[in-house]
Ligand binder design. Structure first.
Ligand SMILES: Nc1ncnc2c1ncn2[C@@H]1O[C@H](COP(=O)(O)OP(=O)(O)OP(=O)(O)O)[C@@H](O)[C@H]1O
Ligand SMILES: [Mg+2]
Length: 258
């Protein structure tokens, strides 16, 4: 497909004290096809967020290359890429729908068009009826739904999610995982999601990239050959359990708890 994301030998170093550099990502190569869902797992501090920030254009890699559809991704963040963080980064003084339309308004999209598109996204994430509420009037799960709608509204070529459900209680998290599967199946965006929950990775992903302990390299890529469309019954599939155990073993072999 044309819009393949190619990550080639990416290395990332942070400037630290005494003009030294700290290597957070050693050498990561990964191909992500258009519309594919990839999860990154690895021990705490191995470089997952660093890699995601580089993909978002929020941080520069020190060597290697990243291309999307053959075009270099080095440089500024752009509306071709959207990021969802662990805690919802919503504007507290704007209503849910206005938070969603904000990105389009910034792009100069006509306000009426932006509102209509925002409403469509609100409906997609299951928030119709709540669009007039302010973030402070929404539950954590609802706020993350707004966050997701906000990321999807510009129809990005690349959707990046850094532990988007980590702050939610177990029940809401599970519901949001099911919602994300449904949303992605309705609108398959090329997606990279970081998680510490291996069952979440297996449920969502076409492939799971297991990273080594930091500085990160790709230890193994596990293709998740479970049928789509997926629904929660897949959690009970023995194949699902086998993937979970295999990935767990790979992560734990890195020697640090996740
Ligand atoms: N701004 C920074 N300056 C220097 N070092 C940093 C900076 N940000 C992160 N690091 C270091 O880079 C390494 C990778 O950090 P990163 O946040 O990418 O890990 P992570 O895999 O996302 O961890 P976690 O699972 O805990 O979120 C860590 O050793 C961290 O201390
Ligand atoms: Mg992180």
């Amino acid at each position: 497909m044309s819009n393949t994301l190619q990550i080639r030998n990416v290395q990332v170093e942070y400037p630290v004290a005494d003009a030294k550099l700290f290597k957070a990502v050693e050498d990561v190569s990964l191909d992500i096809a258009e519309g594919e869902f990839v999860c990154l797992v690895g021990t705490s501090g191995c470089g997952k967020s660093t890699l995601l920030n580089v993909l978002a254009g929020l941080l520069q890699h020190t060597s290697g290359s990243i291309t999307l559809g053959g075009e270099s991704l080095k440089g500024q963040p752009s509306n071709r890429r959207a990021m969802v963080f662990q805690s919802a980064a919503l504007l507290p003084w704007r209503r849910a729908i206005d938070n969603v339309s904000y990105g389009l308004e910034v792009q100069g999209v006509d306000r009426k068009v932006a509102r209509a598109r925002a409403q469509e996204m609100i409906n997609l994430v299951g928030l119709s009826g709540h669009e007039q509420k302010f973030p402070g009037q929404l539950s954590g799960g609802m706020q993350q739904r707004v966050n997701l709608a906000r990321a999807l509204v510009t129809n990005p070529d690349l959707l990046l999610l850094d532990e988007p459900f980590a702050a939610l209680d177990a029940q809401t998290r599970r519901l949001m995982q099911e919602e994300l599967v449904r949303i992605w199946q309705e609108r398959p965006h090329t997606s990279v999601l970081v998680t510490h929950q291996i069952s979440e990775a297996v449920f969502l992903a076409d492939k799971v990239a297991v990273l080594t302990r930091g500085p990160a390299r790709v230890k193994e890529i596990v293709e998740i050959d479970l049928p789509r469309p997926r629904d929660p019954s897949v959690f009970r599939d023995p194949k699902f359990r086998a993937y979970e155990e295999r990935i767990w073993d790979l992560v734990v072999a890195e020697g640090v708890a996740i």
